[in-house]
Design a protein around this ligand. Structure first.
Ligand code: SAM
Length: 208
């Protein structure tokens, strides 16, 4: 067995025993990521009936499920991902690359003239394991999500983004602070300890 296939096999074994994976299967969520958003929402109350939510990097749809449950019929949930997603009642799911203008245009077409209350981004590049390659790609996705949020959020709205500790993150936090009145760094319990993943939350958007 090569070193890489050994670590993939180990990942699979760990994944199959993971308490959040088992819980998601039991409770009908599409991914363990649902519990991250649930915990963050419990703490900050982001998702309410009527909330208009844009979910970036939505596949397979665990966050979108939570958003639909919490925002109800008066809410509006649109998700985008590179990957195919099973349809989800109550949400509009788009297949597309967020780095492409075409996907942005599709998102805007679905939103019509709605103002957005909340942008959530769990986007992550395919990680190679090499920080020098992964971190710039991850930062680029968060910068795009931040630009999108600044262009579409209503004043007072919020942005939640998956980030990775490392080069470029402090600068990103600085830009978030200039656009949002409040910034929080959140590491939900379902986020694996050994991962550099951290969620950065900007609340009370100052307006574009
Ligand atoms: C951690 S997963 C998201 C899990 C999701 N929040 C859930 O609850 O099921 C990260 C996703 O980001 C997507 N992604 C990465 N780069 C993207 C891009 N440029 N455009 C759209 N989606 C992207 C990946 O395809 C992947 O499905």
């Amino acid at each position: 067995m090569t070193k890489k296939s050994k670590s993939s096999a180990q990942w699979l074994t760990d994944h199959e025993k993971d308490e959040y994976v088992l819980r998601a299967r039991r409770e009908g969520y599409r991914s363990r990521a649902s519990y991250k958003l649930l915990e963050i929402d419990e703490k900050f109350g982001l998702l309410r009936p009527g909330t208009v939510v844009v979910d970036l990097g939505a596949a397979p749809g665990g966050w979108a499920q939570i958003a639909v449950q919490k925002c109800g019929r008066s809410g509006f949930v649109v998700g985008l991902d590179l990957l195919d997603m099973e349809p989800l009642r109550g949400a509009t799911l788009i297949k597309g690359d967020f780095t492409e203008e075409k996907s942005l245009a599709e998102l805007m077409a679905v939103l019509q003239d709605r103002t957005v209350d909340l942008v959530i981004s769990d986007m992550a590049p395919n990680l190679s394991g090499m920080k020098e390659i992964d971190q710039p790609l991850a930062i680029y996705l968060t910068e795009l999500a931040l630009d999108f949020a600044c262009a579409t959020l209503r004043p007072g709205g919020a942005l939640l983004m998956k980030c990775f500790e490392g080069s470029g993150l402090d600068e990103l936090r600085r830009v978030i602070r200039t656009n949002f009145k409040q910034l929080n760094n959140v590491k939900p319990k379902a986020s694996r300890d050994k991962s550099r993943e951290i969620y950065v939350l900007g609340r009370q958007f100052k307006g574009s």
